[in-house]
Design a protein around this ligand. Structure first.
Ligand code: SF4
Length: 489
């Protein structure tokens, strides 16, 4: 006879279950979507670096240094450190009633203990308190007295290379204690649910809050085209509309929404035609006779800042793609990708200053980002400030031009370049690329900087994928510009 299934949950799974039981059930029983990709492994690697840095803030701590999957051994080692009178334990492991937790820092405090949860974020979040409450509940059931509880998160006040104020410590003693009873009840409910079949849960705001559910596609696969949730800027208000029986963008009146872009979207979906405002002609005319360049930056962010003057999670530009338009409309491509062994900012800045020298108008997608990057490089390297300011003054936002003048039904409420370009530019697609978007590019850049185990071949492959991705962004912008000129006629 098969032994009865006895589910176990970790702190992370508890938090998933708190968001949605269906999400937890799939996480435990059928989690194809949770395979580790570049983004996840970069997040894990950043977390490890933050953890190491956090441990440096405590003296004479003992680490429960046991392979992650060997839960029994981790608990055994923790017990022996407690018996030996350890004052500070890192990764102390406990289990109670099927719930397993590992405490980032467990510190003796008088006759009891401090629980300290280390976070890579730069502020305290509600979910962190729940996280600590789970730990408190398990630890106290295992016989330890928790006197105080803290979240230790990164502080944006710190700047490399000064690391003494890298962390901020926030007390969550009272808040985590108040949640303990809820935690016990919820943990029992989750374990009971996991023994049964997949639970029925309606989609709703919990699908993206506090974090996007990895199983979104499974629950949303039968959602109709132009569902109200795709209305530009609608957010969680879509739930109210659905509750009133309004499920499609075409069911809405233009007067029901304030955003002009959303009004255009309703018009485009109802008429199934692209909407073009007459003002587009004037904007396109202004660009005529200008020497135009298309410009895109990709950045890498470090939780523990690496380069002088940077704060935790600052975006450091490490890659650039530039297409300069000749009089006959042909494009000359230039690209830069950091060597990833030193601060890329000065070399990248010199590259863009040189290659954009002849351009009167520099088109970017969501130009505020590129302007901010150039400004921050200028702040860090005063000798580059003037030419970078000159560049910033010539930057024009192509996204704003589209958002204010054009709506194609296939934008589906989004003005990201990945939504706009395939709708306006025939045969343009991002589907074949190995890099799925800006976040994936950032994760791969982080890997190039951080992963010393990469072989030469792997490194070359990642670089090629990144170059192809960034080049497509400027090519896509050039395609959108051509489409705007055509539409203006
Ligand atoms: S998509 Fe929503 S309903 Fe479906 S599992 Fe995720 S959170 Fe739950």
């Amino acid at each position: 006879m098969r032994p009865a299934y006895s589910p176990r949950i970790s702190k992370t799974r508890f938090l998933a279950g708190r968001q949605c039981h269906r999400l937890l059930w799939w996480t435990v029983h059928d989690a194809e979507e949770l395979e580790v990709d570049a983004g996840v492994s970069a997040t894990l690697a950043q977390g490890l670096l933050v953890g190491e840095e956090a441990r440096r803030q405590f003296h004479h701590g003992a680490l429960v240094d046991v392979p992650h999957n060997d839960i029994d051994e981790r608990i055994k080692r923790t017990r022996s450190l407690l018996r030996a009178g350890a004052k500070v334990i890192f990764e102390a492991a406990f289990r109670h009633a099927g719930v397993f937790v590992a405490v980032d820092v467990l510190r003796r405090h008088g006759s009891g203990w401090d629980v300290i949860e280390v976070k890579s974020s730069t502020k305290l979040k509600k979910e962190h308190v729940v996280d600590v409450a789970v730990q408190r509940w398990v630890i106290e059931r295992c016989g330890l007295r928790v006197k105080r509880a803290f979240v230790m998160h990164l502080s944006r006040d710190s700047r490399a290379p000064e690391m003494s104020n890298l962390f901020a410590l926030k007390s969550v003693t009272a808040a985590s204690k108040a949640l303990a009873r809820d935690v016990a009840k919820e943990a029992r409910a989750q374990l009971r649910m996991l023994r049964g079949p997949l639970p029925e849960v309606d989609v709703g705001a919990h699908c993206t809050d506090p974090r996007p559910c990895p199983f979104l596609d499974r629950c949303h696969d039968d959602v109709e085209e132009h569902h109200v949730s795709t209305l530009h800027g609608i957010g969680s208000r879509a739930l109210g509309l659905v509750a009133r029986g309004i499920t499609n963008v075409a069911d809405l009146d233009e007067g029901a929404v304030r955003s002009v872009a959303a009004q255009r979207q309703i018009r485009a979906v109802k008429t199934r035609k692209i909407v073009v405002e007459p003002g587009l002609r004037r904007v396109v005319k202004r660009l005529r006779k200008k020497r135009i360049a298309l410009f895109d930056l990709e950045t890498v962010a470090f939780a523990v800042p690496r380069f002088s003057g940077c704060r935790p999670w600052d975006q450091v530009p490490a890659q650039a793609s530039i297409d300069v338009e000749a009089r006959d409309g042909t494009l000359k491509h230039h690209e830069f990708l950091a060597t990833c062994d030193e601060d890329p900012r000065p070399e990248l800045a010199r590259f863009v200053i040189e290659r954009l020298r002849g351009a009167d108008t520099i088109l970017c997608w969501n130009a505020g980002f590129e302007r901010r990057c150039l400004q921050e490089i200028g702040n860090a390297f005063p000798e580059l400030r003037r030419p970078l300011r000159g560049l910033s003054r010539r930057i024009v936002d192509l996204l704003s031009i589209v958002r204010e003048h054009v709506y194609h039904p296939k934008f589906y409420g989004s003005f990201s370049l990945k939504s706009v370009a395939p709708a306006l530019v025939p045969r343009l697609s991002y589907d074949e690329l190995a890099v799925g978007g800006g976040q994936a590019a950032s994760a791969m850049l982080f890997r190039l900087f951080n992963d010393v185990t990469l072989t030469k071949r792997q490194r070359r492959r990642i670089r090629d994928d990144l170059l192809a991705y960034c080049a497509l962004d400027t090519r896509a912008m050039a395609g959108v510009l051509r489409a705007l000129r055509r539409l203006a006629r």
